[in-house]
Design a protein around this ligand. Structure first.
Ligand code: BGC
Length: 528
């Protein structure tokens, strides 16, 4: 692989707690995940993103870190982590971990020392106020739970700043010592041989009065410093930006050729528009957002996704679009969470395989490095009645045995799904292995077909006019080599006239097609 391996890669988001429990305590762990690396490899993915695996009180599922240089005892030991890493590398899989820089857990010894002593050097690791009135223009992100970004701490006798839960005090990036602490943590994992980080919640690192405290110049300056450290000391390390922002605000997170920041940025705004276009049977939302997406610097990449461990975020749509999405996709108010929808992909698509195939074929042919959320490869369901976002984080369904083959324990960290539609008795890896048309085998087919086409991995994209809003068409190409991607978003057959003979990579028969092509309702074609 070249140093730009990430440009062509497909990623897999792995939640260790949910994957496989090796010691019967009801929590997934690294030794369990190791047993399942062949499953991950079989999908055709190249890199695993491991969600936070650090010691943590787990009040935000590990995004509340209490020690940056350890492994949560439920998930195993540092040696287990190393073994997992080696086993992944032995299979040619890269591994990146989650780096939560914006905040720590309030149980972190830094915060404990800070709140107890005004004169502690750790006091200035966090952001304090006597009044809790500053930075009033910063929005509240977890607005179903938190009334303010300030919380009064009795022990400290002051308010502390937090963009997420009050159990997650924000670090103070005006203190250069904080930079050093984060770099120390990054070096610790990079020395062990990981391939990079997904860097969490980066728009919020600095606060400045009179701004919305997002995407500030100071934040970009720090991120350039971080990239410089990584490039100097660990060349080739991948940094992925989690910045839930509009395309024009995302672009600066790539930095410049002279002063780069991230090689990959999640493309948040495209995601809800894929669901929107499908429901409307109209390509306009997709075309508009991609036309609004600026050209990214050479060598960088977008990361595309259909779902992840969070709610399906509707932050990057207009208020009207958000209302429409809620009406369409969250008729039960319980499915709403903050500014999003706490549902997995398959229930959102009514467990309709045609819709699923269309959406996934579209997602896997868009420019960008796609990431698959664990469980989505078998069409796992959700449970909106679990608190927070837990309903989309239930145990992986391996087989129809006890606890879905996830664990031998009496009780698991969350119950396995056992409803009629998505229960583990019906939806599991073993059942789907033998069915060529299962979600599992179709996921493999789509990923592997994509990965054989350089044009789909890194080619340019150019719209093809169809004169029909229901039919989305674009060409991905490298020079003359290309694939014409055609999608009928509507529930009626549509036609498209081919100018030359082509072979459909998505049809098993691989028959040559020419002339007027009828695209079935919700049909998808990758034509070479
Ligand atoms: C993560 C969330 C988390 C938040 C705070 C996000 O962007 O994806 O799961 O709750 O950061 O760390």
């Amino acid at each position: 692989m070249t140093t730009n391996w990430y440009n062509e890669s497909v990623f897999y988001e792995l939640y260790i707690r949910a994957y496989k429990d090796s010691n019967g305590d009801g929590h997934g762990d690294f030794r369990g995940a190791m047993e399942k690396l062949d499953h991950i490899k079989s999908l055709g993915v190249d890199c695993i993103w491991v969600m936070p695996h650090y010691p943590s009180p787990l009040l935000d599922d590990g995004y509340d870190i209490s020690d940056y240089m350890g492994v949560h005892s439920d998930y195993g030991t540092l040696d287990d982590f190393k073994d997992f890493l080696d086993a992944a590398h032995a299979r040619g899989l890269k591994v990146i971990t989650d780096m939560v820089m914006n905040h720590t857990s309030d149980q972190h010894p830094w915060f404990q020392a800070a709140r107890q002593d005004k004169n502690s050097p750790y006091r200035d690791y966090y952001v304090w106020s006597d009044t809790g009135t500053e930075y009033a223009d910063a929005r509240i992100i977890f607005l179903d739970t938190e009334p303010s970004n300030w919380t009064y701490d009795k022990v400290a006798g002051q308010y502390f700043w937090h963009r997420f839960y009050r159990s997650q005090p924000d670090l103070n990036y005006d203190n250069p010592q904080v930079h050093e602490e984060m770099f120390k943590a990054m070096r610790f994992w990079l020395d062990m041989g990981i391939d990079g980080f997904r860097v969490d919640a980066i728009p919020y690192l600095y606060e400045r009065e009179g701004t919305n405290c997002e995407n500030l110049p100071e934040t970009h300056k720090f991120l350039k410093k971080m990239r410089r450290m990584v490039d100097d000391e660990y060349p080739g390390t991948l940094l992925i930006a989690e910045a839930n922002q509009w395309p024009e605000d995302l672009l600066p997170y790539f930095g410049t050729t002279e002063a780069p920041e991230f090689q990959i940025c999640f493309h948040f705004p495209i995601m809800p528009r894929l669901y929107m276009a499908l429901k409307k049977g109209d390509k306009t939302p997709i075309v508009d957002i991609l036309n609004r997406t600026p050209q990214k610097p050479e060598g960088t990449q977008w990361m595309t996704f259909l779902r992840n461990h969070d709610e399906l975020t509707l932050e990057m749509v207009t208020p009207e679009e958000r209302e429409w999405m809620w009406q369409q996709y969250a008729p039960n108010p319980r499915a709403k969470l903050n500014l999003g929808i706490r549902r997995r992909q398959i229930p959102l698509l009514d467990n309709d395989k045609r819709k699923w195939f269309l959406l996934n074929a579209l997602f896997l042919s868009l420019p960008g490095a796609p990431i698959i959320y664990y469980g989505d490869e078998i069409g796992m369901g959700d449970n909106i009645w679990f608190p927070d976002r837990h309903g989309c984080r239930t145990p992986m369904q391996w087989d129809a045995g006890k606890n879905a083959g996830f664990s031998d324990a009496k009780e698991t960290y969350l119950p396995v799904l056992c409803d009629d539609a998505y229960g583990y008795q019906q939806v599991n890896v073993v059942v789907q292995e033998d069915d060529p048309d299962s979600y599992l085998n179709l996921t493999r087919f789509l990923i592997q077909t994509r990965q054989r086409q350089s044009a789909l991995k890194t080619g340019e994209m150019e719209w093809v006019e169809t004169g029909n809003n229901s039919v989305l068409a674009f060409r991905r190409h490298i020079g003359k080599e290309g694939v014409l991607c055609l999608f009928n978003l509507s529930n009626q057959p549509q036609t498209f006239t081919l100018k030359r003979e082509r072979v459909d990579l998505l049809s098993k028969s691989q028959q040559a097609l020419s002339g007027t092509l009828t695209i079935a309702s919700r049909g998808a074609h990758w034509l070479k």
